[in-house]
Write a protein that binds this ligand. Structure first.
Ligand code: ZN
Length: 124
């Protein structure tokens, strides 16, 4: 069961500023599931409620980003092929907090977005 305690009007995609829906349950490839969602701009996010399994959340997010195309996942390079943003979720203020002040075990949203190939090559 997913408890939808997050007010979906208060969270915005950090890449495009569109409002995000509250995280829902996403089925991962190996029978596990995680909480996350997708933005219209192509970004995906994973909600890590405890903030201490970010490695797993990162892999989940990558698989989600690539539609479970794991060959593609492992061929991607961070910063080069996709952008990553890690945002602490301030459950008291119900908005993203400052990651520098993140407390241990606080909830974290992990956002990934593929960089558009050739987007920077405006001088063909
Ligand atoms: Zn977006």
């Amino acid at each position: 069961m997913i408890s939808r305690t997050i007010d979906d009007n208060l969270l915005n995609c950090p890449f495009c500023r569109r409002p995000l829906e509250a995280p829902g349950e996403i089925k991962a490839r190996f029978g596990s599931s995680f909480e996350g969602g997708r933005c219209e701009c192509g970004a995906v996010f994973v909600y890590d409620r405890d903030g201490h399994s970010l490695g797993d959340a990162y892999v989940d997010a990558l698989g989600f980003l690539c539609d479970d195309d794991w060959e593609r996942v492992w061929s991607l390079s961070p910063d080069e092929d996709y952008e990553v943003l890690e945002l602490a979720y301030d459950s008291r203020r119900r908005k993203f907090g400052n990651e520098r002040r993140r407390m241990a075990n606080s909830p974290v949203f992990l956002f990934l977005r593929l960089k558009e190939k050739g987007a920077a090559a405006d001088h063909e």
